[in-house]
Write a protein that binds this ligand. Structure first.
Ligand SMILES: [Zn+2]
Ligand SMILES: [Zn+2]
Ligand SMILES: [Zn+2]
Ligand SMILES: [Zn+2]
Ligand SMILES: [Zn+2]
Ligand SMILES: [Zn+2]
Length: 269
């Protein structure tokens, strides 16, 4: 990061390079609304801050995932809902985004800059290629992490093994750097217990003929996500219920992130 002040179209004052405090209080980016944990640009008087990547995102770009039109950087989504659905990760965006107004095509700033290839031996023994149009792949895709079928969002893919992981699942791992070995052991034990419990619940669900004829629950809850993960099979009805449950859970999660961010105050060094 260059240690120079910066002007940005989304803020009226000059932004200066700043470092997050050591006190661990969370700083939220006024651009993408995500958390900031490294050097950033900020206006101290207004407590306005931007990730370096958000501050330096170009005003417009050509992106290979949308070759027909250039994408323009919008500081706020221009839809009546003031949100957008990212074509890459399928998650809601409430701040900066690259947008084609003509096609209602939108990308998070971070999603616009994903590595075209990825090699992570823990993930897969071969290099993975970013596929922006998974519908064009001949193999039927199921994400190796969330076990849900492809809904058209981007995946990292190994052609040889037909191995696919949603980009959103690839980058959603919890950071466990702070854990020491003991905590990890305990977590493993807990995971085993959870799996046992889940097996028991699974057999309850599948033994219950009535389960699949129930309508989807009207109030979204995060626990519905784990239920949707347990639902396997190809019957159309099951599939529809699973998709509805997932949508509910994602909406609930997006709402939760929104309110928790608005509650937080930004802290400056
Ligand atoms: Zn940002
Ligand atoms: Zn300011
Ligand atoms: Zn995205
Ligand atoms: Zn377009
Ligand atoms: Zn996935
Ligand atoms: Zn492979």
């Amino acid at each position: 990061m260059k240690h120079v002040n910066k002007r940005h179209f989304s803020h009226e004052h000059v932004l200066v390079p700043l470092e997050p405090d050591d006190d661990g209080e969370e700083i939220t980016c006024n651009g993408c609304k995500g958390e900031i944990d490294e050097q950033f640009y900020g206006c101290i008087d207004c407590k306005f801050c931007l990730h370096e990547d958000c501050a330096e995102a170009p005003r417009s770009m050509e992106h290979p995932s949308h070759p027909s039109h250039p994408l323009a950087l919008h500081a706020t989504p221009t839809y009546p809902s003031q949100t957008f659905c990212c074509a890459a990760c399928g998650k809601v965006g409430k701040g900066f985004g690259f947008s084609c107004a003509h096609c209602s095509f939108d990308l998070h700033v971070s999603c616009s800059d994903m590595a075209p290839t990825l090699f992570d031996e823990d993930e897969h023994p071969h290099g993975l290629k970013l596929v922006c149009e998974p519908d064009k792949l001949t193999a039927e895709l199921v994400c190796n992490k969330c076990c849900l079928p492809n809904e058209g969002y981007w995946v990292y893919y190994c052609e040889t093994c037909k191995f696919a992981v949603h980009v959103s699942c690839m980058y959603s791992d919890d950071d466990d750097d702070d854990n020491d070995g003991k905590e990890e052991e305990e977590e493993e034990k807990k995971e085993e217990e959870d799996q046992k419990k889940e097996k028991a619940i699974n057999s309850e669900i599948f033994d219950n003929e009535e389960f699949f004829s129930l309508p989807p629950p009207s109030s979204p809850s995060l626990s519905s996500l784990s239920i949707s993960r347990r639902i396997q099979g190809t019957e159309r009805e099951k599939d529809q219920i699973a998709r509805q449950l997932l949508r509910d859970a994602l909406n609930a999660a997006a709402d939760y992130v929104g309110t928790s961010h608005t509650r937080r105050r930004n802290k400056f060094p």
